[in-house]
Design a protein around this ligand. Structure first.
Ligand code: M6R
Length: 369
């Protein structure tokens, strides 16, 4: 059932190109227009939405942080992303014009379920993004956009995350399409790029051997830090979460702009720091700032593991290890940038003799608080 792989996690990492393609299937028509008929919330209601709130836990929350950037950029609707466990215990301001997006692989996560009940009680419409047909979260939502990752067995989420990203992009682009924002041309171009994502993820998977070797060489380390900005920040958080749950290592993700506000004090000789570098095109200011961050931490002895686009030469002098990812539009970069971090964590777990598919103390779906 592991299809020749030692662990479900390895199988699920390898299945990602197909999972991405399956989640896009039938949702982009020949003219490059999105048709999400299954989202039964009428276009007239979506046009009235004046606020989006995304709720989720763990890895799904990281997808939600990226959704916020995509939704605000392509729709200009204010969007907040919140941990479901925090949201449900405060007094969020919601009404009939709020769209709540609940993201969950299992569809059974108690905190996310309670958050969506809380939202519906206040009249908000809830759209679930879910991987499990007929599970509780989609049943209790107004509408659902299913991810088609297929069953995910390993506790650490991989292919479900990539398909959650795809679903979040589809929702953001669809909202933009329905509401007709000034980004019409960009939206059409990104829809085209999204349909090429399968090939881009495949390309990343083909180049992972050096990442595995690097992971094995770090098996004795205690700490790994992850830095990113903009979409790279949630990717950094996701890389750190994977390492905690699989390798049982101290791992933390930071927004690179926060370095000087504290975390830079942690940098010491030979500390591995993974840096997710934004595209030098698009938001080039951020790119240049990250390159300075890499210089700063390296000058203080960090061992820099740099994830950067093909053709980005500015990072080369400061990268102790360079991992190349395909060129993508800025907002889609997490689809390719996350994959090396999954492989890295899985290999480190193996090198440390940990149980990859069933890490200690964790359950695949968290149906209690
Ligand atoms: O089933 P869900 O997507 O609602 O699960 C949410 C989290 O429990 C889950 O993503 C968890 O963080 C994973 N083990 C991360 O790899």
């Amino acid at each position: 059932e592991k299809g020749g792989y030692d662990y479900f996690m390895l199988k699920e990492i390898a299945e990602q190109p197909k999972a991405v393609a399956d989640t896009l299937l039938g949702r982009i028509d020949a003219s490059g227009t999105l048709s999400l008929d299954e989202v039964r919330i009428p276009a007239s209601v979506l046009r009235e939405v004046d606020k989006v709130v995304v709720v989720a836990c763990g890895t799904a929350y990281h997808a939600g942080l990226i959704a916020k950037l995509a939704i605000e950029h392509w729709t200009r609707i204010p969007c907040e992303t919140e941990l479901a466990s925090e949201f449900r215990y405060r007094d969020p301001i919601l009404d009939q014009r709020t769209l709540v997006v609940a993201i969950s692989q299992s569809g059974e996560t108690m905190d996310t379920l309670m958050a969506l009940r809380h939202a519906r009680e206040q009249g908000a419409k809830v759209l679930a993004i879910c991987n499990t047909n007929g599970s509780t979260i989609p049943r209790e939502s107004d509408a659902v956009l299913y991810t088609h990752a297929g069953p995910e067995v390993a506790v650490a989420s991989t292919k479900a995350f990539l398909t959650q990203l795809v679903a979040c992009y589809l929702v953001a682009l669809y909202l933009g399409q329905v509401r007709g924002t000034k980004w019409g041309d960009e939206i059409r171009a990104v829809i085209r790029e999204l349909s090429e994502a399968e090939a881009a993820v495949e390309r990343v998977l083909e180049t992972m051997e050096p990442v595995r070797a690097l992971a094995r060489s770090l098996a004795e380390k205690n700490t790994v830090l992850f830095l990113g900005r903009h979409v790279g920040y949630p990717v950094a958080l996701e890389g750190a979460l994977k390492l905690k749950e699989l390798a049982y290592m101290h791992a933390e993700g930071f927004a690179a702009g926060e370095l000087k506000h504290g975390p830079i004090a942690l940098i010491e000789q030979d500390l591995p720091v993974v840096v997710v570098v934004p595209s030098p095109r698009g938001r080039s200011v951020l790119h240049d700032k990250i390159v300075s961050n890499i210089q700063e931490i390296r000058a203080r002895g960090a061992r820099t593991i740099v994830i950067a686009e093909e053709g980005d030469e500015a990072v080369v002098p400061y990268a102790d290890h360079l991992v190349r990812i395909p060129v993508t539009p800025t907002l889609l970069q997490p689809l390719v940038a996350t994959v090396p971090l999954q492989v890295f964590a899985c290999e480190l777990a193996t090198a440390r003799g940990n149980e990859v598919d069933q890490p200690r103390n964790l359950a695949k779906s968290v149906t209690v608080e």
